[in-house]
Design a protein around this ligand. Structure first.
Ligand SMILES: [Zn+2]
Length: 234
């Protein structure tokens, strides 16, 4: 069954046009309202796709109907999109707006998950005093990433308490001299914890910082299988 057939039983009852799918689609517009869903619980009210993380609302111009759908369907069916100025666009511009909204939702969802992990950590008994959950949360909100030292402290506790988390949610900052210094001074064991949070470019920068600080010989060679790529050169 092609996509037009698939959406027909969902689209036509909500539209004024009762026969032609292509005509009915023209009645709808996405005005920038989108929502984060818990635990990929969403279903697309147009194509039936399940496990959506986000819903995008499309409204019918002629009646009061609204459908909550996946971002892919807005693009696939070239549904009109209102841009930031309230002007309706289609095609490439519409896709760009949908993609930008989706990225924003992903960032918000990630921030939510990170803050949730911090809240769970704050409730743990004998929580280490050098982790100030509130200030860490504020820092992440502002920067979208942690310093290497902050991140190590968090992940160390997260692992210790078995708090569930997504490794890729925890971004690290590695630009300033202070941040590079923190990485350079870290033991291979600590680095191992941070490794999944780093981008390939950051891993390279970390290697450079470590080699510059000339610290590695003092740390010795870690066990095989740890930190591939960092140690190889030495
Ligand atoms: Zn869909």
């Amino acid at each position: 069954m092609n996509y037009f057939e698939r959406i027909k039983p969902h689209l036509l009852p909500a539209s004024v046009e009762q026969k032609e799918v292509a005509e009915a689609l023209k009645e709808w517009v996405y005005r920038g309202e989108s929502f984060i869903l818990d635990a990929r619980s969403g279903t697309c009210e147009l194509c039936g796709q399940q496990d959506l993380s986000f819903h995008f609302a499309i409204d019918n111009r002629h009646n009061q109907n609204r459908l909550l759908i996946g971002s892919e369907c807005i693009k696939r069916f070239d549904i009109s999109v209102q841009d930031a100025l309230g002007i309706e666009v289609v095609g490439r511009k519409a896709h760009q707006k949908v993609d930008a909204d989706r990225r924003e939702l992903e960032n918000q969802a990630r921030l939510r998950r990170v803050l949730n992990v911090l809240v769970q950590l704050a409730r743990k008994p004998r929580f280490e005093e050098d982790i100030n959950v509130e200030s860490f949360a504020m820092y992440y909100r502002k920067n979208g990433a942690f310093t290497p030292r902050q991140l190590f402290l968090i992940l160390w506790q997260v692992e210790k308490y078995g708090v569930p988390y997504r490794k890729t949610d925890f971004k690290v900052k590695l630009r300033s001299e202070r941040e590079k210094e923190q990485i350079a001074e870290m033991s291979p064991e600590r680095m191992k914890l941070l490794w999944p949070a780093m981008t390939p470019a950051q891993r390279k920068r970390a290697e450079e910082a470590r080699s510059r600080m000339n610290r590695l010989p003092a740390l010795g060679r870690p066990a095989p299988g740890t930190l591939p790529g960092i140690i190889k050169k030495y």
